[in-house]
Design a protein around this ligand. Sequence first.
Ligand SMILES: [Zn+2]
Length: 173
Amino acid sequence: MTTHRTLPFPEPLFIYTALLRGGAKVKQKKEEGMDIITHPDIRLGLKCKEVEDINIPVVAEVIGELQIKWAGHTTMAGLAANQIGYDLRIIILHGEIFVNPVIVKRQGEEKMSLEECLSVPGRKERVKRNNKIRIDAISVEGRVIKKRYFKGLDAFCFQHEVDHLDGILIIDK
Ligand SMILES: [Zn+2]
């Protein structure tokens, strides 16, 4: 028997609204958790879906929330859509949005990267990553990104976020 699991994604939370209105004090407080989904929530282990149409409203909603979260968190390098409750392949890295990010080539040496994750608070894990990757994606304006390279730390972060979209956490590696 085939069962189709209905994804238990909640309505997006609106803490960021308070965050924007409340200024530094609220911001500081919210940074602790930032309403980011944490392990062992089942949603972090599911594979996210490709965005088939960048113009559908939920895509803009996800992008907006990722940008707000990224802007509101001083130490965040990147974030994936499923960490904030959306089952779509969208990530933010250093403020830049990547829709349907794909690592098309893994190059360079494999290195051990010491990583933290907002979805796995309090843990630091050593993860093996390639130190050079080539990626494809769609930009926030709907432009096709091709033959883009990331090296070193940026490459590690990009792989970390794409892992999220595939349901993989640093503690699973
Ligand atoms: Zn993470």
